[in-house]
Design a binder for this molecule. Structure first.
Ligand SMILES: [Zn+2]
Length: 405
């Protein structure tokens, strides 16, 4: 398995420098909160930080030497530890690389029945060990379960097994229960505690303020579009053209790009379907537009995701047209394989109008989040994108035509 280290974190220079500094000084706060958008490397960084904190060759991390080692090996920590990152070679690093260090606890949200929980957790860990780009995906109700923390909470009062500290990494810590937060809080507040908590969240506002205020915060930024593209191409075998499109749609989240690829490997077909919807809107043909939309969104929950993607494709399309109007070269365009169509569009509408349409689409994305019916959202959106040609009187009758209210 490819084990990430603090020195090799992708696209997070500030967080990486800060954490390397903590490790090299060997002075740790009781708890850290890694926050920032979904899918930018917080979880990877949290495990890398944990491994560095458990490495036997970094300052302040000398393995405890009382009694024989649990594993029957002498500690191989060097006498003068000076590193600032996991060495990858010592006993601690070898165990933490596979998440099997007795002083490393890794908690993450799970869903499903209690009796299959152990298997679910083991499967997830196995997938994580074998795929460095593994994406955690949760059901809505997924949470850090009581059965996952019961044993840990019992252990908190005792000394770590082999290292000088115990490290508990809690992924998406906004999915915990009240009593779990209380146990966490008690441990964080204990002076001289031997437990280091590393919490991650993409929804910091949902973490209780009592916890937030007692953690050292480490901010993670969205990744650059070019970095996402590069990783997709070099590590996930995605072709250049598709990688460009996924990166443009991913809003700086590698996880989002990867899950879009997994959801539908044929991004180009989806894009073309989305763009095909723009035509009847622009030509002022409501009935045709309505029919096309219903085909696109007739898939229940998945329909909502498809719709979101369709709107994002339309935005990319308009952004390309805007770039063209400002003299961009074809290689700077996401949809450069459709250069002729883009040029036609760019010649027909001015920059102000393009921006207006991008904004209308932006509003539509917000309505989708607010659970407005997908087909209605898309119809009213495209009617507005199409401009005056789709007047109210011409809209198809629909029993739930709430947009007219
Ligand atoms: Zn090491």
């Amino acid at each position: 398995m490819l084990t990430a280290t603090l020195s090799t974190l992708l696209g997070q220079p500030d967080a990486s420098a800060f954490l390397l500094g903590v490790v090299s000084r060997g002075r740790y706060a009781n708890a850290y909160l890694f926050h920032g958008p979904h899918g930018v490397g917080k979880g990877t960084a949290a495990l890398a930080f944990a491994r560095a904190a458990l490495c036997e060759r970094v300052p302040g991390a000398a393995a405890r030497d009382e009694g024989p080692s649990l594993f029957g090996e002498a500690s191989d920590a060097g006498p003068a530890a000076t590193g600032n990152d996991a060495c990858g070679e010592c006993r601690g690093c070898r165990m933490s690389a596979t998440l099997q260090h007795p002083d490393l606890r890794f908690l993450f949200p799970v869903s499903g029945e209690e009796r299959t929980l152990d298997a679910t957790i083991e499967e997830t860990l196995e997938a994580l060990r074998s795929d460095p780009l593994f994406v955690f995906q949760y059901e809505r109700a997924a949470s850090i379960r009581i059965s996952q923390t019961r044993e840990l909470i019992g252990e908190l009062g005792y000394r770590p097994h082999t290292a000088s500290r115990r490290v508990v990494v809690v992924r998406d810590c906004d999915r915990m229960r009240e009593d779990q937060y209380s146990a966490l809080l008690k441990s964080i507040e204990e002076p001289g505690a031997s437990t280091l908590w590393v919490l991650t969240t993409a929804r910091a506002a949902r973490v209780p303020a009592t916890i937030r205020s007692r953690c050292q915060h480490v901010r993670f930024a969205p990744l650059s579009e070019s970095l996402v593209r590069e990783v997709l191409q070099s590590q996930a075998d995605v072709e250049e053209k598709e990688a460009r499109m996924l990166a443009a749609l991913a809003s700086g989240s590698l996880a989002r790009a990867l899950s879009m690829r997994d959801a539908d490997p044929d991004m180009k077909a989806q894009r073309d379907a989305a763009l095909a919807l723009l035509a009847p809107a622009l030509e002022g043909q409501p009935a045709e537009l309505w029919g096309a939309i219903q085909k696109l969104t007739a898939y229940g929950r998945a329909g909502r995701e498809r719709l979101r993607l369709a709107i994002e494709f339309m935005q990319l399309w308009l952004r390309d047209a805007l770039r063209l109007r400002f003299g961009a070269e074809p290689e700077q365009l996401v949809n450069r394989d459709r250069l002729k169509d883009l040029r036609e569009l760019a010649a027909r509408i001015d920059a102000h109008e393009i921006r207006r349409r991008v904004m209308v689409l932006e509003e539509a994305l917000r309505s989708i989040d607010a659970n407005v019916s997908p087909d209605l959202t898309l119809f009213s959106t495209l009617a507005r994108v199409g401009g005056g040609r789709l007047g109210e009187g011409a809209w198809p009758a629909h029993p739930t035509a709430r947009w007219q209210a």
